[in-house]
Design a protein around this ligand. Structure first.
Ligand SMILES: [Zn+2]
Length: 106
């Protein structure tokens, strides 16, 4: 018989504020690579062309915003501007297709 789960204390004070939270593409990419795909911060930093402390900072910012969106029922909008480079990543090595050496990548 499975052990009974220990009770946990949670504060149930959700305020449905609505509106939206703006997430930047580099924050979204850091979350995708590390939290969704389970990659190390070091590897994610290599793939995004930034330092590991930068990935760490992006994750902190993004997780805070995602937490606010979750607790306050806000929409998440990813805001793109020309300071970001959209790339198609190789399915094998995850580097941008134009920088990867895989024969059958992309
Ligand atoms: Zn590749």
């Amino acid at each position: 018989m499975p052990r009974r789960k220990r009770k946990r204390f949670v504060e149930l004070s959700f305020h449905e504020k609505g509106g939206e939270v703006v997430v930047f593409p580099d924050e979204a990419e850091a979350v995708r690579l590390v939290d969704v795909l389970g990659m190390s911060q070091k590897r994610a930093a290599e793939l995004m062309g930034v330092s590991q402390p930068t990935i760490s900072r992006l994750l902190l910012q993004a997780r805070r915003k995602l937490g606010i969106a979750m607790l306050e029922s806000r929409r998440i909008r990813i805001e793109f501007d020309d300071s970001f480079i959209a790339v198609k990543r190789c399915r094998r090595c995850l580097k941008p297709v134009d920088r990867c050496g895989c024969e059958d990548g992309g």
